[in-house]
Design a protein around this ligand. Structure first.
Ligand SMILES: [Zn+2]
Length: 1011
């Protein structure tokens, strides 16, 4: 038997491309085209339809970046199309390229009702299922000229910099008959051809498929593809009918569209992307009853409700029928490295509350396919929010280590576990291609123990979601020899079955560190600072408003707090807070953060006034969870005078020495801190001969993904900024001495202030930078004289420990790490914490002893700024301010305390009387994260606290009002016996005794008496 496989492959592919696919639509009839151009922001459909339309021709260019063109297509279905399925085909200038990331449109009826999206792989508008002939056609398309980004430096990232030239050309606008037989043939051929390609050379099945394809090709008459399509299909019927083998892997295919809530487009465009994709989905769901579409992000539903109520109504119907499935239950698919504890909670509670109120559903699976690493706090928070399962796939992007599992239990810092699945096809936007299906089977790590995996299919980000071709493919691979068995199902069905068959799945403990995108802890510095500041203002607003509500009957601003939380949560989306969006997105986010701060201050101020009353007593508001200068935690009180001696300052030839009796700090002539003597511990804090607060610059030119990545080779080159333009010693305040250093380097200016206050073992720093560098990483270094085996970094409701060594490839890959307010290094008996008020990126390295003999030192560095050029060419250009502090002789508890303090500056007011806290906690290791009124607006007080050290705690909570009832609830503030059993409490009058396990988060619901 002579064979030429390559010749058959070529024959099939050429027939597909040149004969079969072009024959899917036939018998075309042009339509009349008119257009109205809208250079500015989009308008609602009613206004779009009413614009003044002028004639427009196919082939004509349209669309400067970010503009909208409304097209009107009119015509009549010709009589010759009678009895056929007729569609309007619109090509907005797709160039046969990828499925999304370019121009897109939403088609409307003449009444302004959305029909479906127009995207490269779904570029049709249904006109008649079975035409009568003579139907009048009037279709409007709201076409968005979203520019493409290629990865090069681009001016298109903001409409202020985008050139005013048309980007697209209307390539097609005509009526045509959809030849369903040819369409079916194309899908048959594709499925079989792709399947055969994945089968082994020696597999008889492969040859049987090839033989059938050959016979099919012989059947085709190139002059009349349509006429021969039925006969051609009959040649394939036999191989398509062969059932899957009994051991075939099972794929639960889930319709999906990963729509980034902002990225290479602004938020306003995401709103339109959602309307296009979701209207596609509901239209497709009518035609394919088996379609199940999983959609996360309450925010995207909320946008649809507000901006496209007609589509939303149809979505609501499909949710009720089970075809449109809300998943994830988060407000957005957020980053999980940087959001603080309470914000992470609110991602879940705001999302779940929305889904419950709108649809009466409660998702049980967290849905985060694309976030850049996963915090070890998540398993507990997910379980406390009523989730049981977790879906992701991003760990397949690791550049160093292969994550060992696809189905496993993920265990968090507190011991809680979620049943987790990573789709082994390594994608969240599959086309259900033969290659993806076969790869998913080959790649699945759990064979022999588990038989199921999940596969999200559908084009994201403006590709339009699942297509009819995907659903047709799914039908063909439902039970097909050589293929995994594919069924379109809801994620919850997958998880329930997967957990049932694999209860003893392996365990991954601790964070899921993504070995990629390490620059996202630092890029777009204003996002980091804005997020940190807003989170703490929210804490204050809720605390003071709840206190004022109970103490002074001050109205609790439920709606305003919800609105501010929702905006804050949106900005934590996995391309906004990480700094990986275009300039437009970050410009708007900076404005939003500024506005949110004003709105929060406008809540805090009247609440404090209501609490303190009018008077002249100087009062300090302490929103932190620990006492400060005599003012109790969560209270307003009179500060105790500091009894410590003043700070002495001496300037000599070897620099300036600041001494407060606890620390003696030397600032050298080059403005760096050359020595710190801890007078309490009687030891040096810094490595001998090494300086601290040293600004270090590295070239920062990652191989790919500029805003996302710091590549390890950045370390190969480093320059320390030690040139001094000006050095000033400020001794005006005997309670606080300051040294201020100004440096110029290139076009950038750096002003560093070192300050030592009386009575503190804390050295504080403020660094202001006018940053003009590009592709440069700015770090600030602290070479500490401790022999630290690991560093401890704050995460949500606790901390993670990471080795400082690089023994394994896993340790080595963590060369840049994320920490919240503090990072601690130490050895038994002595430790140091580096605390910050608005950055996240760190690295920790070991300093070898002099000649390789002796103890190690540990250098801790904060990452301050980068200058990536893609996607925002001007990332971080401009002025920035960073506050950080070195806490000497610090245990973890000191780091926790100083972390809150540095982010919650005291509020100085005058008033009539001090205000006692609503609740007091006896054990400083038990930290109050949140005090608020209950979301159900019934007036109960909700207190969320956690054990912060990773140990057991027994403590007493003293409540300053009479209690009718105290309950331990879930994060949604609901009764839950299982959760209550984990935190036994005993209540006696106004005291609540409770016991906590390591890193346990407890939500208490306190019902005031007499209400
Ligand atoms: Zn994404």
């Amino acid at each position: 038997m002579h064979r030429s496989l390559s010749s058959l492959t070529q024959r099939i592919e050429r027939a597909l491309d040149e004969r079969l696919i072009p024959a899917i639509h036939r018998d075309v009839e042009p339509v009349h085209v008119e257009a109205a151009h809208l250079p500015g922001e989009p308008v609602p459909a009613g206004e779009g339809l009413a614009l003044t339309y002028t004639p427009f021709a196919v082939g004509q260019p349209w669309g400067p970046a970010w503009s909208t063109t409304w097209f009107r297509f009119t015509g009549e279905v010709p009589a010759r199309m009678r009895g056929h399925r007729v569609e309007l085909l619109v090509d907005l200038g797709f160039d046969n390229a990828g499925p999304g990331f370019r121009s897109e449109g939403l088609a409307y009826t003449a009444d302004g009702a959305p029909i479906k999206g127009i995207e490269p792989r779904t570029a049709y508008v249904p006109i008649a299922r079975r035409a009568a002939g003579g139907e009048r056609v009037e279709v409007y398309v709201e076409a968005a000229a979203n520019p493409r980004f290629t990865g090069a430096v681009s001016p298109f990232g903001d409409r202020e910099t985008a050139p005013d030239v048309p980007l697209y050309r209307l390539d097609r606008a005509e009526l045509a008959v959809l030849d369903e037989e040819v369409h079916g043939l194309v899908l048959d051929v594709r499925v079989l051809h792709e399947l055969a390609r994945e089968l082994a050379e020696a597999d008889p099945r492969r040859h049987q498929i090839h033989r059938a394809l050959e016979l099919m090709l012989d059947e085709i008459d190139v002059a009349d593809v349509s006429g021969g399509a039925r006969a051609a299909r009959s040649r394939l019927a036999g191989v398509l009918a062969a059932p899957a083998v009994p051991s075939a892997h099972r794929v639960f295919a889930v319709g999906h569209a990963h729509i980034d809530s902002a990225w290479l487009w602004p938020v306003r465009e995401t709103i339109r992307k959602c309307s296009r994709t979701f209207s596609n989905v509901v239209a497709l769901a009518d035609e394919y009853p088996e379609l199940v579409f999983a959609c996360s992000s309450a925010q995207q539903y909320a946008w649809l409700r507000q901006h496209h109520p007609q589509v939303y109504r149809r979505v609501t119907e499909k949710v009720a029928s089970g075809q449109f499935v809300p998943v994830g239950g988060m407000w957005v698919e957020s980053d999980t490295n940087m959001p603080g504890g309470e914000a992470m909670v609110r991602q879940f509670t705001q999302g779940k509350r929305f889904f419950a109120a709108e649809f009466g559903v409660e998702p049980r699976e967290v849905w985060l396919p694309d976030s850049f690493g996963y915090s070890a706090a998540l398993p507990q928070l997910a379980r406390l929010a009523g989730f049981r399962w977790f879906l992701s796939q991003k760990m397949s992007w690791n550049t160093t280590n292969r994550f060992p599992h696809h189905t496993f239990w993920w265990e968090g810092i507190d011991g809680s576990r979620v049943f987790t699945h990573f789709p082994p096809a390594d994608t969240y936007s599959s086309e259900l291609s033969g290659r993806e299906l076969a790869y998913g089977v080959r790649n699945f790590a759990e064979h022999g123990r588990a038989t199921r995996s999940l596969l999200p299919f559908g084009y994201g980000d403006g590709g339009g979601g699942p297509t009819r071709e995907m659903l047709e493919t799914a039908r063909r691979v439902a039970d097909l020899e050589g293929s995994p068995r594919v069924s379109v199902r809801a994620p919850a069905e997958f998880f329930a079955e997967a957990e049932r068959e694999y209860p003893d799945a392996p365990v991954w403990s601790g964070e899921m560190y993504l070995e990629y995108h390490r620059g996202t802890y630092t890029s777009q510095s204003a996002m980091k600072r804005g997020n940190r500041r807003t989170e703490h203002l929210l804490r204050e607003a809720e605390l003071w408003c709840a206190t004022a509500a109970l103490r002074a009957g001050h109205p609790y601003p439920y709606d305003e707090l919800d609105a501010i939380w929702q905006e804050t949560l949106l900005l934590q989306f996995h391309d906004i807070l990480p700094g990986s969006s275009i300039a437009w997105v970050h410009r708007e986010a900076r404005q939003t953060y500024a506005r949110l701060a004003e709105r929060l201050e406008a809540l805090i101020d009247p609440a404090l006034t209501a609490l303190t009353g009018a008077g002249s007593v100087p009062l300090t508001g302490n929103a932190a969870p620990h006492e400060r200068a005599g003012v109790p935690a969560l209270a307003l009180g009179v500060q105790r005078a500091v009894e410590a001696p003043p700070v002495s300052v001496r300037t000599g030839p070897d620099g300036t020495v600041l001494d407060n009796g606890l620390l003696r700090v030397r600032v050298g002539a080059d403005g760096t801190v050359s020595a710190i003597r801890d007078l309490v511990a009687g030891r040096d804090v810094l490595r001998a001969g090494a300086a601290a607060n040293v600004l270090q610059v590295h070239p920062d030119t990652p191989n790919k993904f500029d805003a996302w990545d710091i590549d390890e080779f950045y370390r190969n080159r480093r320059r320390d900024l030690t040139g001094v333009t000006k050095l000033m010693v400020d001794t005006a305040d005997p309670r606080q001495a300051r040294v201020r250093v100004t440096r110029h380097d290139g076009d950038s200016v750096y002003v560093q202030t070192v300050s030592l206050a009386a009575g503190e073992r804390v050295l504080r720093f403020e660094t202001e930078v006018d940053w003009q560098q590009r592709e440069t990483l700015l770090k600030v270094a602290f070479p500490i004289d401790v022999h630290a085996a690991h560093s401890s970094s704050e995460i949500q409701f606790g901390h993670v420990r990471r080795p400082t060594h690089t023994n394994t490839s896993w340790d080595a890959a963590r060369f840049e790490i994320c920490a919240h307010r503090w990072l601690h290094v130490g050895e038994p008996g002595y430790g140091v914490a580096l605390v910050n008020d608005g950055t996240y990126g760190h690295d920790v390295t070991r300093d070898p002893p002099g000649d390789g003999l002796g103890a190690l030192g540990t250098t801790v560095r904060l990452s301050l700024l980068r200058g990536p050029r893609y996607p925002d060419p001007d990332t971080d250009r401009g002025t920035h301010r960073f506050g950080y502090a070195l806490v000497c002789g610090a245990e973890i508890l000191d780091a926790v305390r100083e972390g809150y303090r540095s982010n919650l500056p005291p509020r100085e007011r005058t008033g009539a009387n001090p205000v006692a806290p609503l609740v007091e906690v006896a054990d400083p290791a038990v930290v109050v994260e949140s005090v608020k009124l209950a979301d159900d607006r019934g007036g109960d007080v909700v207190v969320r606290l956690y054990e912060a050290l990773g140990g057991r705690a027994r403590t007493r909570l003293t409540v300053s009002f009479d209690l009718a009832r105290v309950e331990v609830c879930d994060l949604l503030e609901r009764q839950n016996a299982e959760i209550a059993a984990l935190a036994p409490i005993s209540v006696d009058g106004r005291t609540v005794d409770l016991a906590l396990t390591p890193f346990q988060v407890v939500t208490l619901r306190l019902t005031p008496a007499g209400r």
